[in-house]
Design a protein around this ligand. Structure first.
Ligand code: TNX
Length: 723
């Protein structure tokens, strides 16, 4: 009765306040941003800036959506991906399919009724809807993998079909059968009891994950894997971790992963303990190298350093995961792995400026990267749209430039910054996973947020608003003003103290290409040009000024703080200061960036746009459906990256610094969507950066990818499925 009353009241409030329109194009931008209840009555569009994309990305306050009288046969993939405030949905009466991840992590959704017309619910469609209490299925749709996984709040599942809908074994992954009431038509219980997937509600289903096949379990693929024969190691035993001196952190990590994979061992299935031995072997050739031996009695991991031991543990974790059809396999064959990385910096770059990443979400990103042996996280802390790091000397920066409304067409409030205390905590946390944190402060472009707070940082001390759109701004830091150097010096002083990494990234991108004229008429810049003897007027002078600016800052960083500066390479940077690291990022210009690195004897990071820009869609129609004209980067393209770019072994030894994937966030509007953009391409890049060519193959990768992705789905990590 009480529920009926609540339902009636909520329907009443819906009818009173709902914006009722045929299509989203009838609402203006403000109405979309303000909408909490929307009822659509027309034929719904599904491609590009569709009704669904607008509902998801422009109506950020949307709590209820009524499509009951709309015409729509297919709810698209990702239709309401990670909409955390969406509580109620009425589906169209003629709907036939719900796309993959359509309601992924709609954490406020409270009930759903699937109409009779429905024939398919896509993979992970409702995964992670933790408040979903009631599901009613009226027809017999096929239910995809993990479609109703991780529904910790589920209490009633009502299926009004005497024939059990076809499910996969993973459809109800994580269901707590003591808490969920399955209601099926009288007389059909036996059929449900026997049907795959549904049998989860009646007992523990059989385990398909028996003997791990190491050849199909590991990403990145190891350099050497040898099967040594004999009886496999049974893993359902009590494990004891024995760690050598100096490996306290790895011991903790080992215990954690054993707890995660083997949570239910109360009475070990096999008598006798298994031992995980962690040790140091200084004869190994590389600081990140390790060996891993599986015997009948346990596992021994040795690294040249703690880092190597940690990577051995990440490999062990994947062996335990086996084929991914359950949390853990039952046994691992005896084997020996000898492994070490091809490149020494394997990085993902996060951009909390365009869209802020809350601190806890930022931390959560770390363990996932570590699984695939990434060792660097690059934080893009300032840009035109925000300043995201507390600077004690200039508290105005975060006070005045960390909150705005709007990112392109999304009229969303975006605010937040990291305190220095948080960043220190983050550095320590990441270090437990052997991940270093490299901070980036942009100069001289992409710095409007700082200029907004201190107009004297730019030529003519112009007052400029914080930018709310993507693209490039004309306001640059003024190289002719001493305040610019004083400001940067003070900021870098604090950064150098917070971040122990030997590297600091100085930005340097897009401050002259496309050509900007900020410095042309500025009297201070003109005076500086005279002083430096620069007489050209073809804009090459801009690059000379930039060089002057970089040289001064680079000198400060190196001599005062002992840091190695990094910057985004632009082809007009003819001279690279000795010891700096450049980043090859621009589409089509990688070769020129590499040649410049060789000519200057500099190190270079490979993150070419055509392979490594994970903010771009992975397939046509994939998220982000609306963007500034991003090219598509398929998974295979990422996998095909040759980190040496055909430049030979001298280049690889002397110049190649590592590989990086970027996650610029103009179009990434929830933390979950960072993972969606990153994975599975970040898995391909992890292998590009770690594995020797001889071990790699696209076909092999695809086979090895499958258990990784199953494991991610089980753990509630989202990724693009359109590869
Ligand atoms: C260019 S990549 C930029 C960023 C944008 C990105 C979008 C780079 C060094 N600069 O400011 O976010 O394109 O993909």
């Amino acid at each position: 009765m009480k529920r009926l009353l609540t339902l009636a009241m909520s329907l009443l409030s819906l009818s009173v306040t709902a914006q009722t329109v045929a299509s989203m194009n009838e609402l203006n931008a403000v109405q979309k941003a303000a909408a909490t209840n929307v009822k659509l009555t027309g034929k719904l569009s599904t491609g590009g800036n569709s009704d669904f994309r607008q509902l998801r990305d422009l109506c950020y306050q949307l709590r209820s959506i009524d499509l009951g009288s709309a015409d729509c046969e297919a709810i698209p993939n990702n239709a309401f991906h990670s909409r955390h405030v969406l509580e109620q949905v009425v589906l169209p009466e003629n709907v036939r399919s719900i796309g993959s991840q359509a309601f992924f992590a709609c954490t406020a959704l409270n009930s759903i009724e699937l109409p009779k017309t429905l024939t398919r619910v896509g993979d992970a469609a409702f995964s992670g809807c933790t408040k979903l209490r009631d599901i009613t299925i009226n027809g017999t749709p096929t239910l995809g993998e993990f479609a109703f996984a991780r529904l910790s709040g589920l209490r009633t599942l009502r299926v009004n079909s005497a024939v059990p809908p076809v499910t996969s074994a993973s459809t109800f992954e994580g269901i707590d059968r003591k808490k969920v009431k399955l209601v099926v038509p009288r007389g059909s219980e036996m059929k449900y009891r026997r049907a795959e997937g549904w049998n989860r509600f009646f007992g523990t289903p059989d385990n398909d994950n028996r003997l791990c096949n190491p050849a199909e379990a590991l990403v990145p693929v190891p350099a050497h894997l040898e099967m040594t024969g004999g009886n496999p190691l049974s893993v359902n035993r009590l494990w004891e971790v024995m760690a050598a001196d100096g490996l306290a952190n790895e011991c903790v990590q080992a215990e954690r992963l054993l707890r995660e994979r083997l949570p239910k061992i109360k009475n070990p299935v096999i008598a006798g303990k298994a031992t995980l031995t962690l040790g140091i072997d200084t004869s190994l050739a590389d600081d990140e190298a390790y060996t891993l031996v599986v015997s009948e009695k346990g596992v021994t991991i040795q690294g040249r350093t703690a880092r190597g031991v940690f990577y051995g543990l990440m490999t062990f974790d994947q062996l335990l995961r086996g084929n991914g059809t359950s949390v853990c396999c039952e046994s691992i064959p005896q084997l020996r792995i000898a492994d070490q990385p091809r490149t020494h910096i394997r990085e993902l770059m996060l951009d909390p400026c365009r869209t802020f990443i809350p601190f806890d979400e930022l931390k959560a990103f770390v363990p996932e990267m570590a699984r695939y042996k990434y060792n660097t996280i690059h934080l893009h802390l300032t840009d035109d749209q925000a300043w995201r790091i507390e600077i004690k000397k200039y508290p105005e920066l975060t006070a005045q430039a960390s909150a705005r409304v709007g990112m392109d067409d999304m009229m969303v409030p975006i605010s937040g910054y990291y305190t220095q205390k948080q960043m220190r905590e983050f550095v320590d946390y990441a270090a437990q996973y052997h991940i270093q944190v490299v901070p980036e402060i942009e100069m001289p472009g992409h710095e409007v947020a700082a200029i907004h707070v201190f107009p004297e940082l730019t030529c003519g001390a112009k007052q400029v608003p914080i930018r709310t759109t993507c693209g490039v701004s004309n306001e640059l830091l003024c190289p002719g003003s001493e305040f610019t150097f004083e400001f940067l010096g003070n900021v870098f002083k604090e950064l150098a103290d917070i971040f122990p990494s030997p590297y600091i990234h100085l930005g340097g991108d897009e401050a002259g290409n496309p050509a900007l004229n900020c410095w042309t008429d500025c009297p201070k810049c003109q005076a500086l040009k005279r002083q430096l003897g620069i007489t050209t007027t073809d804009r090459s002078e801009n690059w000379r000024l930039q060089e002057y600016m970089f040289n001064r800052v680079i000198d400060t960083l190196r001599t005062k703080y002992g840091k190695t500066p990094m910057f985004w390479y632009e082809t007009d940077f003819k001279k690279i200061q000795p010891g700096c690291v450049t980043f090859a990022w621009r589409h089509g210009l990688t070769k020129r960036a590499l040649e410049a690195a060789v000519a200057n004897n500099a190190k270079i990071m490979l993150c070419p746009g055509e392979h490594c820009y994970f903010d771009y869609p992975m397939a046509p129609g994939d998220m982000p459906e609306v963007n500034w004209g991003m090219p598509i980067i398929p998974l295979k393209r990422t996998y095909e990256l040759d980190p040496a770019w055909g430049m030979g072994s001298d280049f690889e030894q002397n110049n190649l610094f590592g590989v990086a994937g970027t996650l610029w966030s103009e179009c990434i509007n929830t933390p979950e969507r960072i993972y969606y953009q990153a994975y599975p391409r970040a898995l391909a890049l992890a292998e590009v950066g770690w594995s020797p060519v001889a071990s790699r193959s696209w076909e092999g990768f695809l086979k090895r990818l499958s258990p990784v992705l199953k494991d991610m789905m089980r753990r509630g990590i989202t990724f693009s499925m359109q590869y």
